[in-house]
Ligand binder design. Structure first.
Ligand code: CMC
Length: 377
């Protein structure tokens, strides 16, 4: 009796791979919730630390829990000097995402098994991620490391460590909201990666090192960097439509548009667009924003009926650029936030773990004949 061949679903589109209570998307209605809370509410009223706690532990923290979590994150920003030296010694022309991946692996070598509980590892990983990004950035610019400031929250401290200057309130707020928006997004590629690696019972440092590799790709987190490069290439509003026609004629993707689940505008891109407008009103607009608005209009006219609308990456890069952040640091910022989601999924995966081991559709051959090396053509 021959067994029935499994049917392949490319990209596992629509195939559930886990039960999860962390976040929820309605792709038709454009709804995103973390633990039942709408993303717009969290963006307006919460902050990154509270949101990370919510994702990890399922409920909003009490005032004491939040204060304790913030204090712990501030403490864990103090990284082993040898780790900082490792980051500073990496190739200066390497991508910051590769540095972050190396950083997670090195952090695991320094810390694995040293902390008292899984929750301590989680706090350390969330605290360490922005520190490692800032440390590599300073080193590759030939600037000295800026020690973390325990009085600042994650967003403000990151800007402080990146620049060595106290960030203004608006910039810190904008980055904090961006971190809230990126913290989780159901079973995206990097979260799936995190859960697959978690399912092998690998340590959480390895889980994050693996997930960051997945996030780096241009179809996932790496899109935010490409969006800006694309907008700069288009250059001016009057060139948008001709550029788009060329791009589509060669079947090129327009970065920052389209989504496996959303078939309408990503709710996070509405929030980011509003933030961009706020930032520009207070600090002066940039021509790139007008190019982006025109590109959105043109893409939606041409591809809207296929369900292709702006995703989260379309407006994030414009905001980060305005804040003077280098283009290749955009995706690491995504990682600074998404690490909270990966670790929430890691906790969830470990509750009733079963190692991931999907099937394949075999398309190879059988009965191959082994020929001696000397006899091969
Ligand atoms: N530009 C032009 N055409 C597109 C785009 C786009 N951005 N996205 C999808 N399409 C077309 C695609 O060519 C295909 O057309 P056809 O049916 O004629 O062959 C159809 O729409 C379906 O596209 P797909 O690539 O099969 O859809 P998917 O669900 O596998 O991919 C996606 C989703 C996000 C990878 C894709 O939309 C894409 O590559 N977008 C550009 C990269 C991007 O912005 N990524 C960020 C995603 S959101 C944040 C994150 O996950 O990190």
């Amino acid at each position: 009796m021959t067994s029935q061949a499994p049917t392949l679903v490319p990209g596992l589109a629509g195939i559930p791979c886990a039960e999860s209570a962390v976040s929820y998307i309605d792709g038709q209605a454009g709804i995103l919730e973390y633990r039942g809370h709408r993303i717009e509410t969290l963006a307006a009223q919460s902050n990154f630390e509270e949101t990370a706690w919510l994702l990890l532990y399922g409920t909003l923290p009490t005032a004491d829990e939040l204060a304790g979590f913030r204090a712990k994150l501030a403490r864990y920003r103090e990284l082993p000097p040898a780790l900082l030296a490792t980051l500073a010694g990496l190739p200066k022309d390497g991508h910051p995402m590769a540095a972050l991946q190396a950083g997670y692996a090195a952090l695991g070598m320094h810390m694995e098994g040293k902390l008292a509980s899984r929750d301590e590892d989680i706090a350390l990983l969330i605290a360490a991620t922005p520190v490692m990004v800032a440390a590599f950035e300073r080193a590759r610019q030939g600037q000295p490391f800026v020690a973390p400031d325990p009085s600042l929250d994650t967003a403000a401290n990151f800007l402080w460590m990146l620049r060595g200057e106290t960030p203004n309130v608006l910039e810190s707020h904008v980055l904090d909201v961006a971190l809230v928006l990126h913290a989780d997004h159901t079973m995206n590629a990097s979260t799936f990666t995190a859960r697959v690696v978690a399912s092998t019972e690998a340590d959480p440092y390895t889980v994050c090192a693996s997930a960051i590799g997945s996030l780096k790709g241009p179809l996932h987190g790496g899109a935010n960097e490409r969006v800006l490069i694309q907008l700069e290439k288009v250059g001016t509003v009057d060139r948008v439509r001709a550029w788009l026609d060329d791009q589509l004629a060669t079947r090129g993707k327009v970065m920052g548009f389209g989504h496996r689940v959303y078939k309408t505008k990503d709710p996070r891109s509405f929030v980011l667009q509003t933030l961009a407008r706020e930032l520009f009103e207070k600090t002066g607009s940039t021509p790139i924003y007008d190019v982006a608005l025109e590109l959105e209009k043109a893409v939606v006219e041409k591809l809207g009926e296929k369900g292709i609308y702006p995703n989260v990456d379309f407006y994030s890069g414009i905001v980060y650029q305005k804040m003077g952040i280098p283009t290749d640091v955009f995706t690491p910022i995504f990682g600074i936030s998404r690490v909270a989601g990966w670790l929430a999924h890691w906790r969830e995966q470990m509750v009733d773990n079963k190692i991931f081991r999907p099937a394949q559709v075999f398309v190879g051959s059988h009965d191959a004949v082994y020929t001696d090396l000397a006899a091969r053509g």
